[in-house]
Ligand binder design. Structure first.
Ligand code: CO
Length: 136
C-alpha cells in the first residue's frame, strides 16, 4: 500500500476544553480548528506537528465510539492512527487483498473534508487504523 505519512493521531478525551489547553501549552501553538463530525458523534480539535496532526476527539453522545473507548480507558488515550494515501478506495482494495479486515468498505467523509476509512484492529495488531485522502 502506498501510504505517504502519518496524517494524524486521534486522541480520545473526555472534555475538549482542558485537553486543548494542555496541547496549546505542550506544542506552543493555538488549536487551529474545532469541528463537529455528526456522523461519528464527536467534536474534534486539531493541531499541526510537522506534517502530522493531533486530532483530539470528544464524544457528543453516549453511543459515540469515543464514549465507548473512554469507558475502557477512563483517562483517554491514543484512539487511532491515520495514514495518508492518494486514494482511499485503492488502499481499501489492497488492504482487502492482504487479508486485512475492513470496517469501511467504501470511503466516507471525515473531519477537515478528508475521505476516510477504517481498518479493523483485529487485523492491525490492536491499532484502529484510519486511511485518509485529501480530496482533489
Ligand atoms: Co481520525
Amino acid at each position: 500500500m502506498n501510504l505517504t505519512h502519518i496524517e494524524h493521531l486521534g486522541i480520545a478525551v473526555k472534555e475538549l476544553a482542558p485537553a486543548i489547553e494542555y496541547y496549546e501549552k505542550l506544542l506552543g501553538q493555538k488549536c487551529y480548528s474545532i469541528e463537529e463530525v455528526t456522523d461519528q458523534k464527536v467534536r474534534t480539535a486539531f493541531f499541526k506537528v510537522g506534517s502530522t496532526k493531533i486530532e483530539l476527539l470528544e464524544p457528543t453522545s453516549e453511543d459515540s465510539p469515543i464514549a465507548k473507548y473512554l469507558e475502557k480507558n477512563p483517562h483517554g488515550g491514543v484512539h487511532h492512527v491515520a495514514f495518508c494515501t492518494d486514494s482511499v478506495q485503492t488502499a481499501l482494495g489492497e488492504a482487502e487483498a492482504l487479508g486485512i479486515q475492513l470496517i469501511d468498505k467504501t470511503p466516507r467523509r471525515g473531519a477537515e473534508g478528508l475521505n476516510i476509512a477504517f481498518l479493523h484492529p483485529k487485523s492491525t495488531y490492536g491499532v484502529l487504523t484510519e486511511i485518509c485522502e485529501v480530496p482533489k
